[in-house]
Design a protein around this ligand. Structure first.
Ligand SMILES: C[S@@+](CC[C@H](N)C(=O)[O-])C[C@H]1O[C@@H](n2cnc3c(N)ncnc32)[C@H](O)[C@@H]1O
Ligand code: SF4
Length: 458
């Protein structure tokens, strides 16, 4: 068996649905027995450790709907809705700010959506100022401050302003440059907007520029997507995410406007993935895992080499120790040993804050077993390697005993060349890297009960 990343036979055999493990346990396990009181207690308890903070701010609005979209969003042309939303975000920032010691620095900040660039310039300034009143933002550019932008919505002056406001990383939504694909998904995005945003981001000194692409969209095939890839590679972003389109029209209504007969079949999708991996690696990008590629000098690739990469709700991160405070409708936080989620509907979000309540509606307090399994899954997903002796020592268990059933479940995977065990080290081999979700699923204690809720692995 050759040790290469793309192994079609194995991909076919292991093709199944599985979580993306931005959290373990996944959000499916959150329950409503965990609410505001539990969140407050957990948040205040973290002040004893005083870890730095990571702030996630969710801006749900989009001007138009992209048919493929599985994100939490509200589609509206009415820009005035942003003001009413920010009124409540300010209230939430004040309530959250009271819970955390003021000296804890914000090492990481992320504006996601929806589309954060739905906000006007004045509203962006207002949001940063409101945040800075409640939390200690870093003013020396050492934080990892990122946002998602839609190139159709930003001018050069927007990127200039965002850089002035302290953002130093950008993620640019592209999906595909092909006009037919763009039309079929209702996201017509002229090249001058896409490449203009990339050029300006660099000129403004954003440190890491990431682009989002997607495969499995209508009318895509290997040749067409290769043309998109070549043009993206020529523009040299620091990171490239190539997401597998998760087609779940049952859950996401706008996806019903994508016709099944226009979608590439499984064989074509595999060909596109193969082409993508070949082209990106030939161009020098490193496969980080879970759809993400980075240039070898990018800090994600460096963190992976140095064993300090982490994963949370924003995907890969280099800040392992932060407590993650989520602001805005649908936001998911991770403080201490808990996860918590804000209400999804804007009406509910507004009602909670207008009544002076934090809008947490569900969450989870992790058990010992949850935390242990999370550590194992995080190591595998971030570093493709697990030091079982270290796990035993850190968690006061005997790994081989505790995970006897999991070791047995890994055996067929080892026989197939996905993983190998050398003494205390469990290593994911090249073909296993694309199937990392399957490997992590072995350590997931909740999986049987969550069938059908997750997207396909490939
Ligand atoms: C929350 S969206 C925000 C980006 C921003 N609103 C924009 O579109 O430019 C983040 C990314 O999720 C990905 N995404 C959205 N729907 C998806 C789906 N159904 N399957 C896979 N990836 C998806 C897209 O690549 C998108 O750029
Ligand atoms: S991909 Fe971005 S712009 Fe399009 S609907 Fe989703 S969140 Fe909105």
């Amino acid at each position: 068996m050759t040790d290469v990343l793309f192994n079609e036979d194995l991909i076919r055999r292991y093709d199944t649905s599985g979580p993306r493990y931005t959290s373990y346990p996944t959000a499916v396990q959150f329950h409503e027995g965990f609410g505001e009181a539990e969140y407050r207690a957990a948040a205040e308890a973290t002040n004893a450790g005083g870890a730095p903070l990571s702030l996630y701010v969710h801006i749900p609005f989009c001007d138009t709907v992209c048919f493929y979209c599985a994100c939490n969003k509200v589609v509206t042309k009415d820009r005035s809705r942003a003001g009413a939303y920010l009124d409540r975000v300010e209230r939430e920032l004040a309530l959250q700010g009271e819970l955390f010691d003021g000296h804890r620095p914000v090492d990481q900040m992320h504006w996601g959506g929806g589309t954060p660039t739905f906000l006007s310039h004045g509203e962006m300034e207002r949001l940063v100022e409101a945040t800075a009143r409640q939390f200690r933002l870093r003013d020396d550019d050492t934080g990892e401050y990122a946002l998602e932008i839609d190139p159709r919505e930003v001018g050069n002056d927007t990127l200039h302003l965002l850089r002035q406001l302290g953002f130093n990383r950008l993620s640019i939504g592209i999906q595909d440059l092909d006009p037919d694909v763009q039309k079929a998904v209702n996201r017509v995005q002229p090249d001058r907007d896409t490449f203009g945003a990339l050029d300006t981001a660099r000129a403004e000194g954003f440190r890491s520029v990431s682009v989002d692409l997607m495969y499995g969209l209508p009318f895509q095939d290997r040749q067409r997507f290769a043309r998109t890839l070549d043009r993206i590679i020529a523009a040299a972003p620091d990171r490239i995410a190539v997401f597998n389109y998760a087609h779940m029209p049952h859950y996401f209504k706008p996806q019903r406007r994508i016709r099944d007969e226009d979608l590439p079949g499984p064989q074509e999708k595999l060909a596109i993935l193969h082409e993508t991996i070949d082209r990106l690696t030939a161009a020098g990008y490193v496969y980080i895992g879970m759809d993400h590629f980075a240039r070898p000098d990018d800090e994600l690739a460096r963190a992976q080499r140095e064993g300090t990469l982490h994963r949370n709700f924003q995907g890969y991160s280099t800040h392992a120790t932060c407590d993650l405070v989520a602001i805005g409708a649908t936001g998911i936080g991770q403080v201490g040993n808990t996860y918590s989620q804000n209400v999804r509907e804007l009406d509910d979000y507004y009602a909670a804050l207008d009544a002076g309540r934090l809008p947490v509606f569900r969450g989870l307090e992790l058990t010992f077993d949850d935390r242990l399994r999370r550590a194992v899954i995080t190591d595998l997903i971030c570093h493709f390697r697990l030091d079982t002796a270290r796990v035993s020592a850190e968690w006061g268990i005997d790994f081989d005993d505790y995970f006897a059933a999991e070791r047995a479940a890994l055996e067929p995977m080892a026989a197939d060349g996905l993983v190998e065990r050398e003494g205390a080290i469990l290593r994911v081999r090249e073909p296993g890297k694309l199937l990392i979700r399957n490997i992590c699923m072995v350590f997931d204690a909740y999986l049987e009960r969550a069938e059908g809720r997750h997207s396909k692995v490939i």
